[in-house]
Ligand binder design. Structure first.
Ligand code: NAD
Ligand code: UD1
Length: 344
């Protein structure tokens, strides 16, 4: 059973590739490598012991995506492809509306075409990478899926629009089966140390920054704010191991294929950890100091954000198992084995 992974060469896509292989699916990667590196393909072949099916190209190219669907006849598609840097989205909003919203429109049109003419005989089945960013500044925690949605930047706006677009497509054609997954804060790496997060330039997110400080590439971490209404004053987030997150995609696809009902679920652990707790856990996992200094709050940040993860357990039989210590240990293995990421 083939599954098409748009953006499958990226951080979450590559880990999901491994999980799908382990669950006896046949994943096919569709990617431009705009924000990933072709070296990931060899690494995936080493981990899985099998050749990787790869279609190099742009999800914005609808006729080409149609031809890929016709060729591979996947029983499902996971749509990871897109841009994800919040700050860049504020500076270059059209890039985000074009690639994220335009990419989703293109994929949905291609899927509609091949299902309408019967080329792909199964019901259109899609898993979409949404984000906890759609909750904006939540009124309380933990966050359940029925919380109001809002956006504070063009990246978050693009996720909201795509969620709404999927609702409209399902309303127009109830045959569609759509699983919308709202990820909290994915971190960690595959335990092999062969694949992991490889941000270009200065990392925006906490865990890759901490890892680069621990390995000595950067002198010091700025902790954005120590006056939040949280136990130690620093921001609290729901960090989820990318291997658990990848397993969530397998569970989502199995639920869609077996039961045929659409859903929207949070993928998080249901626990929050502060920035200082992450630093301490990383120091313990790596044996290296992580020097830090307090800095002003980062614009747009919220004090606390963590999931109520009960619905994913109920609907998908999925829950996160890996601890913050394991997230740090696996990030450290990846970072110390690959200090330059995939660019060796
Ligand atoms: P990533 O950048 O590592 O992976 C995205 C992949 O998509 C890259 O390999 C990139 O080359 C590819 N891509 C981008 N535009 C493309 C296009 N037009 N055609 C084909 N390929 C294209 O990002 P990730 O962290 O793996 O995130 C995957 C998805 O999950 C994204 O949609 C992101 O918004 C969402 N998400 C990520 C996080 C996170 O913290 N990583 C959190 C919430 C949601
Ligand atoms: C960020 C994105 C969010 C996205 C999420 C995915 C912003 C404003 N939000 O969320 O849209 O869905 O990533 O993982 O970028 N921190 C520091 N120092 C740093 C970096 C971060 O103290 O150098 C703190 C932040 O203030 C926050 C926590 O660490 O309290 C986590 O930050 P980050 O990893 O960037 O994730 P989010 O802000 O949750």
């Amino acid at each position: 059973m083939k599954i098409l992974l748009t953006g499958g060469a990226g951080y979450i896509g590559s880990h999901t590739f491994v999980a799908l292989r382990q669950a006896s699916f046949e994943p096919v990667i569709l990617d431009t490598f705009a924000n990933s590196h072709p070296a990931v393909v060899q690494r995936l072949e080493t981990i899985t012991g099998q050749p990787v099916l790869l279609e190099r190209g742009d999800v914005l190219d609808t006729p080409w995506v149609e031809s890929v669907l016709r060729q591979h006849q996947p029983v499902g598609v996971v749509h990871f492809a897109g841009d994800k840097a919040v700050g860049e989205s504020v500076a270059q909003p059209l890039k985000y509306f074009h690639n994220n919203i335009g990419g989703a429109v293109s994929l949905l049109r291609a899927m509609t075409a091949v299902h309408a003419d019967g080329t792909v005989p199964t019901a259109p089945t899609l898993v979409f990478s949404s984000s906890a960013t759609v909750y904006g500044d939540p009124a309380s925690v933990p966050i359940t899926e029925d919380f109001p949605r809002s956006h504070t930047n063009p990246y978050g706006h693009s996720k909201l629009v795509i969620e709404d677009m999927l609702t409209a497509v399902r309303a127009a054609n109830p045959a569609w089966r759509v699983g919308t997954l709202r990820y909290f804060n994915p971190v960690g790496a595959h335990p092999s140390g062969l694949i992991g997060e490889d941000p270009a330039g200065i990392p925006n997110n906490l865990m890759p920054f901490v890892a680069q400080v621990a390995v000595g590439q950067r002198p010091c971490l700025s902790v954005y704010g120590n006056d939040y209404p949280t136990p130690d004053g620093t921001g609290v987030r729901d960090y989820i191991h990318v291997v658990d997150l990848a397993a969530g995609h397998v569970a989502a696809l199995q639920a869609l294929l077996n039961r045929g009902e659409s859903f929207t679920v949070n993928l998080g652990t249901g626990r929050g950890n502060s920035v200082l707790e992450v630093i301490k856990a990383f120091e313990a996992a790596s044996g290296c100091p992580v020097p830090y200094q307090f800095a002003p709050r980062r614009a747009g940040d919220v004090a606390q954000c963590y999931a109520d993860a009960a619905l994913a357990k109920e609907l998908l039989g999925w829950q996160a198992h890996l601890t913050l210590d394991q997230m740090c240990a696996d990030t450290w293995r990846w970072q110390s084995n690959n200090p330059m990421g995939y660019r060796m």
